[in-house]
Design a protein around this ligand. Structure first.
Ligand code: NAD
Ligand code: IPM
Ligand code: MN
Length: 355
């Protein structure tokens, strides 16, 4: 197969993890006889420096024309002035909205060899295999907003949802649950928020179309607790934009590190954008020590969802598992007795294990 992939490295560790992901995809292309072409684009802080905007028109066009998009991470202290006129993170929000990618799949898979890398006790963790379906183009990220410094010291953000926005992401969650263990946990704050009460009603309605899937509702504060108390009980979690953002950083620690979690932004009419859930990690940027596995596993998700190459996606996941099995670890997942490697060496180790 021939496919065009837009690559957006972004800022901080974005480029270093993306390099390893591209290396693995090139290895897959060679092994399986595909032709993948890659075109780099600017997004985030580096795009602001070069063009004054976080998502230049040229980048958006490259993404529209690509079969799939692979993204590193954006942001950093250089652009974090709360009074700044433009922010790197806007690049992500604009891209999500422009491409209509409203469903964010964030699989939380615990690789067995990493049982010892999580702060939780191993007996709590065995069987952890869940997916968070995060709504990605609505809610408080996109509702009416006012900045305090321009408006006499008063600021607000607004969490807005329409029934249709809830319905379409709920369908994604139930469809996914049907192919998994048949359970959806819908997370909201319906005891306080009007948008959550709408969320709960619509998700319950959608559930009636999926009699083979069990639905439970959970309040977000309790969900944050249950994720640590009984993480293996979850199958598919569906939740609004900001709750999903926060809960997935929390859930990443079940797997040992935020450097392990890939994600897919999906919608209709575009192949999708794939990125690690972590950020630009300014505290370790430029040292070559970041964990590239989340970016590499995002590459696997691109093969699976954009290109329909399931066998190739699994080959990447098996190679990651093999590297971990043999004890290779970046510093974020390092324990006594494991083999400490940097980002590039980890990429090489995984590339060599592609069958
Ligand atoms: P972060 O995810 O960048 O880092 C949080 C912690 O996790 C840091 O200690 C970091 O070193 C560590 N970490 C993250 N990825 C890692 C990896 N691959 N390997 C090893 N350790 C890793 O979150 P932050 O520090 O809160 O945010 C930094 C910047 O990134 C901010 O500007 C934020 O807006 C941005 N951000 C961007 C994205 C994105 O591009 N999708 C996501 C989250 C945050
Ligand atoms: C993520 C990030 C982004 C989000 C920010 C950087 C806009 O935290 O992708 O998880 O909150 O969606
Ligand atoms: Mn986040």
């Amino acid at each position: 197969m021939e496919a065009r992939i837009a690559t957006l490295p972004g800022d901080g560790i974005g480029a270093e993890v993306l390099d390893e992901s591209v290396k693995i995809l090139q290895g897959i292309a060679k092994t399986y006889g595909h032709t993948l072409s890659f075109e780099d684009g600017l997004i985030g802080g580096c795009a602001i420096d070069a063009t004054g905007t976080a998502l230049p028109e040229h980048t958006l066009e490259a993404c529209r024309g690509a079969d799939g998009v692979l993204l590193g991470a954006v942001g950093g202290p250089r652009w974090a002035d709360p009074l700044a006129e433009v922010r790197p993170e806007e690049g992500l929000l604009e891209l999500r909205q422009a491409l209509g990618l409203y469903a964010n799949l964030r699989p939380v898979r615990l690789y067995e060899p990493l049982l010892d890398a999580s702060p939780l006790r191993p007996e709590r963790l065995s069987g952890v295999d869940l997916v968070v379906v995060r709504e990605l183009t609505g809610g408080i990220y996109f509702g009416p907003r006012q900045e305090a410094h321009k408006n006499g010291g008063t600021a607000f953000d607004t969490m807005v949802y329409t029934a249709e926005e809830v319905r379409r992401v709920a369908h994604v969650a139930f469809g996914l649950a049907q192919k998994r263990r048949g359970k959806v946990t819908s997370v909201d704050k319906a005891n306080v928020l009007a948008s959550s009460r709408l969320w709960r009603c619509v998700v319950s309605e959608v559930a009636e179309e999926y009699p083979d899937v069990e639905l439970e509702h959970m309040l977000v504060d309790a969900a944050a607790m249950h994720l640590l108390r009984k993480p293996a009980d979850f199958d598919v979690i569906v939740t609004e934009n900001m709750f999903g953002d926060i809960l997935t950083d929390e859930a990443s620690m079940l797997t040992g590190s935020i450097g392990m979690l890939p994600s897919a932004w999906l919608g209709e009419g575009h192949g999708g954008v794939f990125e690690p859930i972590h950020g630009s990690a300014p505290d370790i940027a430029g040292q070559g020590v970041s964990n590239p596995m989340a970016a590499i596993l995002s590459g696997a998700m691109l093969l699976r969802y954009s290109l329909g190459l399931e066998a190739e996606a699994q080959a990447i996941e098996r190679a990651v598992e093999a590297a971990l099995d043999e004890g290779y670890r970046t510093p974020d997942i390092h324990v006594d007795g494991s083999v400490l490697v940097g980002s590039e060496e980890m990429g090489d180790v995984i590339a060599e294990r592609i069958e």
